[in-house]
Design a protein around this ligand. Structure first.
Ligand SMILES: Nc1ncnc2c1ncn2[C@@H]1O[C@H](COP(=O)(O)OP(=O)(O)OP(=O)(O)O)[C@@H](O)[C@H]1O
Ligand SMILES: [Mg+2]
Length: 311
């Protein structure tokens, strides 16, 4: 898959701001970015459901703008919003989507059976999808995207808001599919998933790829800085100001009742952090010290946390 100079704006918001990205055949690339980074817009542009303002996308050598049918045939899309009929059962949903892809008869029946097995829903295939849990719906949505055996599979945050077993199962199918030759573009805002799955990770922020590489290459950007997380509860909101000037602290960001700090020699910094917290009357519930990870990379590059909802 090849993306060159891709742009899309919605009135005043530039959702995709000049993206270049190549994904090799058989590669698994994650798009990691916070809310509003442009992940879903990028996927819609690749899928050809949105028209780009500029730039080009090729899927398996087919230009999405000029050869939409061929590009679409090569692509399986698992959208962020579930696209299933709640009044039909799992089998009927797959038969419906299969016919949309031009599959018929015995071939469609066989493929439907295979995919129900793959996503562990064979036993529930006669139940209305409206009665399924979120995780079951997600798994069925993945099966629907695989009916036509696409060479490239794109998934948009497929594990958000579902139970841990379904999440694990989804990560496993994605890895299996990739191991058997499917090229995968996997969108997420969970750095653990990107770290586990990917050959390479593209970090997306405000419509741009701000970093691209293997997990090792990306964490090397941060260098020797550790990440320190302080759980503060209700005190977190304005507490970042209390720590920014400590020697060795490079970034501080507050969100969800916690502070994330990037610091050289995090272990040496801890006593100073606790002393400062005590001085300012800030109660620390817990402190965690970590080696550089993708969250640190994002913090380092943007000064914000990946899950910072205020950004
Ligand atoms: N249909 C639309 N009309 C106007 N603005 C839009 C539309 N769709 C997306 N945007 C804006 O474009 C930007 C990128 O949105 P997009 O949905 O692509 O982000 P995302 O990375 O998928 O976020 P999330 O993690 O929340 O799914 C955001 O600022 C969003 O508000
Ligand atoms: Mg999205």
């Amino acid at each position: 898959m090849r993306i060159v100079g891709l742009r899309k704006r919605y009135r005043e918001v530039v959702a995709v701001d000049g993206i270049d990205l190549e994904v090799a055949v058989g590669e698994l690339v994650s798009l990691l970015g916070p809310n509003g980074a442009g992940k879903s817009t990028l996927m819609d542009l690749i899928a050809g459901v949105l028209r780009a303002d500029a730039g080009e996308v090729e899927v398996m050598g087919h230009a999405v703008a000029r050869q939409p049918m061929a590009a679409r045939a090569a692509l399986g899309v698992v959208p962020q919003d579930i696209a299933l009929y709640p009044d039909l059962n799992a089998r009927e949903n797959l038969l419906f989507w299969g016919r949309m892809y031009g599959l018929r008869g015995e071939r469609l029946e066989r493929r439907t059976g295979e995919l129900l097995d793959l996503v562990g829903l064979a036993g529930r295939q006669r139940d209305r999808v409206g009665t399924y849990s979120g995780g079951m719906k997600r798994r069925l949505n993945i099966a629907a995207a695989l009916l036509h055996r696409p060479a490239v599979l794109m998934l948009d945050e497929p594990t958000v808001g579902i139970d841990p077993q379904s999440r694990r199962a989804i990560l496993d199918y994605v890895q299996e599919l990739n191991a058997t030759g499917t090229t995968v573009l996997y969108t997420t805002h969970y750095m653990e998933e990107a770290a586990e799955l990917s050959d390479r990770i593209a970090i997306l922020d405000r419509g741009r790829v701000i970093a691209l590489g293997t997990h090792r290459e990306l964490t090397a950007i941060v260098g020797e800085h550790d990440r320190v997380t302080l759980e503060l509860g209700d005190d977190a909101a304005d507490a970042d100001a209390a720590f920014v000037d400590l020697p060795g602290v490079h970034h501080v960001s507050a969100h969800d009742g916690r502070l994330e700090l990037l610091a050289s020699h995090g272990a040496r910094l801890l006593p100073a952090l606790f002393a400062r917290a005590a001085e300012r009357g800030i109660a620390v519930r817990s402190a965690t010290l970590r080696q550089p990870d993708l969250e640190s990379v994002f913090l380092h590059l943007t000064g914000r946390a990946l899950r910072d909802d205020r950004a």
